[in-house]
Design a protein around this ligand. Structure first.
Ligand code: V47
Length: 341
């Protein structure tokens, strides 16, 4: 599919595009809905970059800077593991105090204490920052992450690949070719990652389609992406002046389009923290097959207005999934099935 064909598909009514996406989703996974028992750790919010959409990093609108010590980070992880986390998703701000050495030391300590805990860590934006900060190549940073115990990479930092939009919303952050190159090299090393798209701000449908097509083309090379996560822009507490927001229909159509274009990426994640649990459940009938997980503590989306700061219990996820007529499947980070409810 090319950009023009995708634009025509986008223009179809929500039921037609939803039906096509749902068919693909059903062929792949029937009526299973995946989730995991995970936790987020954000060791610092002090950032040398300013992304206009971000309410998480410390700035005038969010004046509460913090940087955890290694001990503090480990004690949070102990708490998360005791509450059932099988995966820890570690991302933070671009902060010279938390340099490559600091992160690698943390990863090694986590693995020593919890050898089976899956470490999903560092966005390509952070990898790029740590490479610049340590005067190493991104290849070296990625290799060092693996040596230190990182199992997979999250999909953050992709935002929208279009250079003009990127300049307006996150000037100075990793550029798109480098974001893609970092994931390419990670996949080449035999590792898995996810990919995202931040939408519903100043971009248009063409920007979204071009973003999806670039992800599709990269995926054809090594098949290293497990999941695509369309992140709906949360509007509070940041510097991006957005006047109109996507309707629920536009959000569902975007998720459906993702499922149709990204047939080579196994999972489409309707991240409940940006969609809210109700729309995330409806999205399961529009191409999505995953909700992400329990989170325990969520600081990025909730800093910009979403109702996700305290995570959600496993029982609540199971209840919601069953209530919507689907089969809840707890998975690990790499989508091995752990238990069906
Ligand atoms: O890269 C920042 C986004 C991302 C806002 O890989 C915002 O499994 C909405 O990438 N409104 C981080 N989004 C989160 C992320 C993620 C989440 C869950 C699972 C996975 C995965 C990855 O959050 C950032 C940025 O795109 N973000 N500010 C905002 N105002």
């Amino acid at each position: 599919m090319n950009c023009d064909e995708a634009l025509k598909l986008y223009a179809q009514n929500i039921y037609d595009i939803g039906e096509q996406a749902d068919q693909i989703r059903k062929n792949f996974f029937g009526i299973k809905v995946f989730f995991n028992s995970n936790a987020h750790l954000n060791p610092t919010n002090q950032c040398v970059d300013i992304c206009k959409f971000c309410g998480f990093s410390a700035h005038q609108k969010n004046p509460n800077p913090y940087t955890m010590s290694k001990e503090e980070a480990l004690s949070r992880i102990e708490e998360y593991v005791n509450k059932g986390a099988l995966e820890v998703h570690i991302v933070g701000a671009h902060n010279p105090q938390c340099n490559l050495e600091w992160y690698c030391d943390l990863f090694k300590s986590i693995k020593k204490l919890y050898p089976t805990l899956h470490i999903k860590a560092l966005t390509a934006a952070e990898v790029n920052y740590l490479a610049q900060e340590s005067q190493k190549s991104y290849q070296e940073v990625l290799e060092q992450m693996i040596e230190s115990g990182v199992d997979s990479m999250p999909g953050g930092g992709a935002e929208i690949f279009d250079a003009d939009i990127r300049r307006k919303i996150c000037k100075g952050k990793v550029d798109s070719p480098t974001w893609l190159a970092i994931h390419r090299y990670w996949h080449k090393l035999g590792k898995k990652s996810n990919c995202t798209m931040l939408f519903g701000h100043i971009e248009n449908r063409i920007h979204r389609i071009e973003h999806l097509l670039q992800l599709r083309d990269l995926q054809d090379e090594y098949h290293g992406f497990n999941a695509f996560i369309p992140l709906v822009y949360q509007r509070e507490n940041n510097f991006l002046k957005v006047k109109t927001f996507p309707t629920g229909q536009e959000i569902l159509k975007t998720i459906a389009l993702s499922r149709i274009i990204l047939k080579n990426i196994p999972h489409i994640k309707a991240y409940w923290a940006t969609l809210g649990i109700n729309l995330a459940m409806v999205a399961q009938e529009f191409g999505a097959d995953d909700l992400d997980g329990t989170l325990q503590k969520e600081s990025i989306q909730s800093a910009s207005g979403s109702n996700s700061s305290k995570g959600i219990t496993k029982n609540a996820l199971i209840f919601q999934i069953k209530n919507a007529g689907f089969i809840p499947v707890e998975r690990d980070t790499l989508y091995n099935e752990i238990q069906t409810y």
